[in-house]
Design a protein around this ligand. Structure first.
Ligand code: HEC
Ligand code: HEC
Ligand code: HEC
Ligand code: HEC
Ligand code: HEC
Ligand code: HEC
Ligand code: HEC
Length: 353
């Protein structure tokens, strides 16, 4: 083993935990800038040996590739880096393979048909950022604040997401405009852009303290708890941490709503600790030949424009009530409310609880 690497490992073991390091100052990168930038490099790339994600995978990919980097003297043998590529090989993932790098002037549409929909590692990560214990790994990247202001350096994770998950027309209207779904105008939302409010939902497992927030990547992340953090890829649809069956007719099981049950206690929900008719709707009623239905029939995942408790009826499941020709929800206080709608061939005119 080359003595320089050996010294680097010893130093990194002793110093790394206490000294702020970065890609550019890391003792784990024996050649410094030269561990990444080489010779003349590819054309249109700032002296990088290979393009885009394949470049990052040299060190953040499969272990064979890392060993290769170690044997070339570009990475210290002590570096304990995780395999990010395995995440991007999953069926639901950010499209890093598609398209090419984004230029500084290019808009980053998530929906625009004019250019391939894609995202790059460097859209969310700055390869030159300072890496310090406790510092976010997405620091030093531009983003948009919750009210649509450009920021050179995103302060919150969601600001990076709002670069792309906005209405490409700029109108903040499309269904896929996630930034609008978390804007100040919504009636209720999961606490991403605003802190938790007064009353803690009875089913909530962790005691999230008042004033705390959650991150998009608390929900959109790997299905595997041991995988690297971040919204890279998942085996589950919508790039979620767990399975979520959104079908109108669904059979309840721990797996069907695994995703929601990871934070909301299944027993609490099915014991009707909040909504007195949760179990009846979620499990259905065999005697009356009514099948169970998904949380998604009544709840939005991000926010509800009009109602508390994230209530938003799935249009595929409900139609207007017969008597009042209305789809509406009215909360009348704790654990009481009214629904105006028609569902499972039954007109709620209104149905009260
Ligand atoms: C971990 C790998 C890595 C290391 C270490 C690294 N760079 Fe880079 N550098 C990159 C990547 C990737 C890009 C392209 C960024 C992009 O496409 O947005 C880049 C881009 C650049 C650019 C082009 C302008 C820019 O900022 O995009 C310059 C100049 C540069 N690096 C200089 C350096 C210097 C000097 C060092 C050492 C102090 C260094 N880099 C260390 C990966 C690295
Ligand atoms: C030559 C090897 C090498 C390359 C290429 C490389 N990295 Fe890294 N990366 C490292 C090392 C080593 C660390 C750990 C730094 C430390 O703790 O000193 C690291 C840390 C990180 C971290 C912080 C999380 C962690 O595990 O500590 C992120 C995020 C990251 N890299 C992203 C990228 C991206 C994105 C690219 C491609 C643009 C890239 N890296 C290319 C070697 C590399
Ligand atoms: C509490 C968990 C949770 C949080 C927090 C969350 N999401 Fe989601 N998200 C979901 C679920 C569940 C779905 C799929 C069902 C649906 O569309 O309602 C989804 C769907 C999506 C979709 C696909 C939408 C579509 O119509 O195809 C995108 C994009 C998305 N989320 C981005 C984000 C971003 C960006 C943030 C942070 C600003 C975020 N999510 C925060 C749970 C969450
Ligand atoms: C859509 C945005 C996005 C893209 C694209 C993306 N990442 Fe990440 N990544 C994140 C977020 C968010 C985190 C979690 C940050 C945190 O917890 O502080 C993360 C975490 C990481 C970490 C640290 C994981 C850990 O547990 O230590 C590494 C390394 C990393 N990303 C590398 C990459 C590489 C390499 C690519 C491209 C192949 C990439 N990322 C693409 C958003 C992204
Ligand atoms: C550079 C642009 C870009 C950034 C930044 C970005 N995304 Fe995405 N995201 C995309 C694209 C492109 C897709 C593919 C789906 C599409 O075309 O709408 C996608 C897909 C997703 C999906 C899956 C949607 C589905 O229907 O299955 C989720 C969830 C998601 N992103 C969450 C996030 C989160 C959370 C962040 C911030 C940490 C983020 N994204 C940042 C571009 C981006
Ligand atoms: C990562 C954890 C997490 C996941 C996963 C999650 N939630 Fe939540 N949920 C929370 C937190 C935290 C709150 C508390 C919000 C507050 O206090 O403002 C909450 C609140 C709620 C509320 C009450 C909102 C209000 O305004 O009173 C509903 C309804 C809800 N979640 C439904 C769901 C459904 C349905 C799913 C699955 C699609 C889900 N949640 C998945 C963490 C989560
Ligand atoms: C038939 C419609 C309906 C279905 C289906 C439904 N809910 Fe609800 N849920 C409600 C209503 C209405 C409330 C508000 C109760 C109140 O007035 O306090 C509520 C309240 C909640 C709350 C906030 C209070 C608490 O319990 O912490 C959570 C969380 C929640 N539901 C999660 C879920 C999950 C998870 C599922 C699926 C497994 C689900 N709900 C299925 C109608 C529904």
């Amino acid at each position: 083993m080359n003595r320089r690497y050996y010294t680097a490992i010893i130093l990194s073991l002793i110093i790394a935990p206490v000294v702020a390091t970065s890609h550019t100052g890391s003792l784990l990168l024996p050649e410094g800038c030269g561990s990444c930038h080489v010779g003349h490099g590819l054309s249109n790339e700032p002296m990088l040996p290979i393009a885009e994600e394949d470049f990052c995978y040299r060190c953040h990919g499969p272990s064979e590739q890392r060993s290769q980097m170690v044997s070339e003297g570009l990475l210290a043998p002590g570096a304990d880096l995780k395999d990010i590529k395995a995440e991007f090989d999953k069926p639901y993932r950010h499209p890093v393979v598609e398209g090419f790098g984004h230029s500084a002037t290019e808009k980053l549409p998530a929906l625009n048909g004019a250019s391939a929909n894609h995202a790059e590692c460097v859209d969310c990560h700055n390869p030159h950022q300072k890496i310090q214990p406790g510092l976010r790994q997405t620091a030093d990247v531009p983003g948009f604040s919750a009210n649509g202001q450009y920021r050179d350096e995103a302060v919150h994770e969601y600001e990076i997401c709002f670069k792309c998950h906005v209405d490409p027309a700029g109108g903040r209207s499309s269904r896929k405009d996630i930034s609008r779904q978390f804007s100040a105008s919504v009636r209720s939302s999961h606490p991403v852009t605003r802190p938790t409010g007064g009353k803690r939902p009875v089913s909530l497992k962790s005691s999230l303290i008042a004033g705390a927030t959650m991150r998009c990547s608390d929900c959109h992340c790997s299905d595997d708890e041991d995988a690297p953090a971040g919204p890279h890829g998942s085996v589950y649809q919508y790039l979620l941490s767990g399975n979520y069956n959104t079908d109108v007719r669904a059979t309840e099981s721990p797996l069907a709503y695994e995703f929601c049950y990871s934070c909301h206690n299944r027993e609490s929900i099915l014991d009707n600790e909040s909504f007195p008719l949760h179990r009846e709707h979620i499990e259905g009623d065999v005697l009356r030949n009514i099948q169970g239905t998904s949380c998604y029939t009544c709840h939005a995942s991000h926010s509800s424009d009009r109602y508390p408790f994230l209530i938003k009826f799935n249009p595929e499941a409900v139609s207007a009530s017969e008597k009042y020709n209305l789809i509406d929800f009215r909360s009348l206080g704790d654990r009481t409310g009214q629904c105006y709608l028609t569902c499972h061939n039954y007109s709620h005119d209104p149905a009260e609880y």
